[in-house]
Write a protein that binds this ligand. Structure first.
Ligand code: MEV
Length: 437
């Protein structure tokens, strides 16, 4: 084992690699080559990526693909997706095409409120705390007037501050629950700055508040941070058509609709299925979140918490058949930004925004929700008809062929062969071996 290193962050990229591959572990030249091969020859672009994080040693590529033909509220979109899993973009494209002549997707932003909390310890008299909050609330609001100036000019800013007595969940636990409208910004920096300002104001005011002085029991700030759980930043997307239009190759439309409804009921009935069901939805959501430079960890955390809102982890999508009309919809929290963060820095994110016709945050919420709904429809459509493996293995064929370094000629022959044969890892290897023999 090598010794710990100090000053690693001060080394140049080449020096970092040198230390890693010569001192930390004995890498062969190939490993060094791989890292350097992914450096971009455009120095300016490389520098941009170097500076996104600390201790960058190279770049990590994922493909960006396009799912065209999404009709959303009667406008046509080509949706950019960044993802490593084969078949996700194809599935989204298929779903988009399927709904294109059936009215497409309809969307609606339900609300756009973000929130954060100043978490407090207070072991004194609750009535004193409530009275204190009443006195300082205007001061808290005034304390962020400068921070808020620009956001307010654009129509956003702080919405409200409430004192929440959470002592029933944790001894001495109070919160300042603060709500915000952050417009086209995801808002994390704005919210956190406001919360930390509230925290300082509260502690300062507490020092001179008479009732606390008398009892010698002061509220103490534990931490101030936005919440990534944003159930008040909610969007819906839906598709709908007469069941007759849903006819599949070997399946009557009505039966197909019933199967989709049943599949969603199963996801609602059992978390084991719901997790996979929602994972498929996140295939679409995360891919667009990544393409548009948003924070997929924040979205994942919020969405899965929302999936538990009724006490059991459940499906994010819903479906019904009423009077022969099939309807399927998704409802989920999406706190997204189209300004700030990576959105103005990463050239490919800039491209993604251009492709999406420069959406504001509300429009982006709707398009992301559509991608999630499309992905779920595509997955369920396969699951209740052919099974998932047929399409999946077809897309995976290229990965297997690349894994055995198949030539272009071998790939062409394999693709032709496997249009009429079942794809499996073993079958593809055998086919290639036979060709090479
Ligand atoms: C695979 O990435 C996603 C699916 O498992 C989703 C689902 O089962 O609904 C196909």
């Amino acid at each position: 084992m090598s010794n710990p290193i100090s000053g690693f962050s001060k080394l140049s990229k080449a020096q970092k690699i040198e230390w890693l591959t010569k001192t930390y572990f004995k890498a062969n030249e190939q490993a060094i080559d791989v890292l350097k091969r992914y450096w971009n020859s455009d120095n300016e672009l490389q520098k941009l990526h170097d500076d996104f994080i600390e201790n960058t040693i190279s770049n990590y590529y994922l493909p960006i693909g396009i799912a065209p033909n999404f009709l959303v509220n009667q406008d046509l979109y080509a949706i950019p997706m960044v993802i490593e899993e084969s078949s996700v973009v194809a599935a989204a494209s298929n779903a988009a095409k399927f709904w294109l002549d059936k009215g497409g997707f309809t969307t609606q932003v339900v609300s756009t409120i973000k929130n954060g909390q100043v978490h407090l310890n207070f072991f004194g008299n609750t009535a004193d705390m409530i009275a204190f909050f009443g006195v300082i609330k205007p001061k808290l609001i005034a304390s962020i007037s400068q921070v808020e100036t620009n956001m307010k000019k654009r129509g956003g800013g702080l919405l409200d501050i409430q004192l929440i007595d959470s002592t029933n969940t944790l001894d001495g636990f109070f919160q300042l629950h603060c709500t915000f409208e952050t417009l086209d910004a995801m808002g994390a920096n704005f919210i956190n700055t406001c919360l930390e300002t509230f925290a300082q104001t509260l502690e300062r005011e507490a020092k001179t508040y008479k009732a606390f002085n008398t009892s010698q029991t002061y509220p103490e700030v534990v931490m101030s941070i936005l919440s990534n759980y944003t159930p008040e930043c909610l969007v819906r997307a839906s598709v709908s058509c007469h069941v007759d239009l849903l006819k599949q190759k070997d399946l009557d439309g009505r039966l197909f609709a019933q199967k989709i409804v049943r599949a969603i009921s199963i996801a609602k009935a059992t978390p084991r299925r719901a997790v996979t069901h929602n994972k498929g939805i996140m295939n679409g959501i995360d891919a667009v979140i990544l393409a548009t430079g948003n924070d997929f960890r924040a979205v994942e955390a919020a969405v899965h918490a929302y999936a538990c809102k009724d006490g059991q982890y459940s499906s994010l999508t819903h479906a019904s058949v009423e009077n022969d009309i099939f309807k399927m919809w998704i409802e989920l929290p999406l706190a997204l930004g189209t300004v700030g963060g990576l959105t103005s820095l990463h050239p490919l994110v800039g491209f993604a925004f251009d492709l999406l016709q420069k959406p504001n945050a509300k429009k982006l919420m709707q398009l992301v929700a559509v991608a999630g709904l499309a992905q779920n429809f595509a997955a369920l459509r396969s699951l209740v008809t052919t099974g998932i493996q047929k399409g999946h293995m077809k897309m995976h064929l290229m990965n297997i062929l690349n894994g055995v370094q198949a030539t272009d000629a071998e790939k062409t022959l394999a693709v032709t062969h496997f249009t009429s044969h079942q794809v499996s890892h073993r079958a593809v290897i055998a086919f290639i071996e036979q060709l090479r023999a």
